[in-house]
Design a protein around this ligand. Sequence first.
Ligand SMILES: Nc1nc2c(ncn2[C@@H]2O[C@H](COP(=O)(O)OP(=O)(O)OP(=O)(O)O)[C@@H](O)[C@H]2O)c(=O)[nH]1
Ligand SMILES: [Zn+2]
Length: 329
Amino acid sequence: MLEPTGVAALGALGWSSFFSDQIGEDDVHLVPVRIANIHRARISGYSANGPVDLVLPASEAVGDYAVGDFVLAEPGDHLVRRRLERTSLLSRRMSDGSTQLSGANVDTLFIVTSCNDDFNVPRLERYLAMAAQCEIPPVLVLTKADTPQGADPFVTLASDLARDLPIVVVDPRRPEVVSKLQSWFGFGKTVALTGSSGVGKSTLVNTLSGSSADSAQLTGAVRESDSKGRHTTTARSLHVVSVGGWVLDSPGIRSVHLGEMAEGLDAVFAEISELESRCKFRNCTHSHEPACAVLKAVEDGRIDPDRFARWRKLHDENSASGAHKSSRR
Ligand SMILES: Nc1nc2c(ncn2[C@@H]2O[C@H](COP(=O)(O)OP(=O)(O)OP(=O)(O)O)[C@@H](O)[C@H]2O)c(=O)[nH]1
Ligand SMILES: [Zn+2]
């Protein structure tokens, strides 16, 4: 049986006035639940009182919900009455053109990559475009720096990926990682992890969720449910973090396909998009036009030609995906 409880416990879940403002008179008896796990037909989450198994109305598909969503449920049978609007939504385009929701109400996206062959500039630019498109501030988290080469060459490469991108070198196995990443966590904050398999995401989740007295207090209701054991915790998609807040490790965002990313590309490739207004033609494609400010900058060496080529590839892919979408209508 669920009961509406204190605002503080809800706040720890990520609740804010953004959500409470959406509650109408008809909803006051309903209980806010944050979705923590979506498993085929089964959806579970946390209310201010602890873990809850939710029941979806027959008319609704599991795919319409994302881990991190807030829903309002009936206190008795946990039937979901409605989903609240999201502050942000991570989604990805599948190869069949459909969209998969991979995380909702996310404050920060950690793009995790290793100081080895996994570090791939075009792929990282893709992740960054996705973050910018979803308007979720990204952080680049570099793992596996304990090699002869060390992190420095990778930090140098990373610093050219996008303006103002925070870059943090960590060893996810060590407890120091918590203080290094602490500023993105805290009461009610949600961080999503993305990156290839094997870069250390699960290790990072485990270290971040390691228990401490403080966190046990802040998220008391939630920690209780973890007493079943470590394995329960790591199997969840939304994990409580020892310094407060949540980390979301969604398999859905481990690979990334672009779709409708025009604004995201503009943000990541700012040095290119900023010049566009100076091209002679308003709809300049920066490929063959005379008096193209972008081509000029590439020629002058103000824009890195390799980066320009990568921008071109993503841009064309984005246009093609837009065409694909409209042809399906
Ligand atoms: N040497 C070293 N090993 C690390 C580091 N970070 C993670 N590892 C190891 O790398 C391996 C893979 O880490 P995981 O956490 O399973 O990677 P993952 O990203 O969760 O991979 P998937 O679960 O397949 O998505 C584990 O054996 C970790 O202990 C690091 O900074 N240095
Ligand atoms: Zn141009």
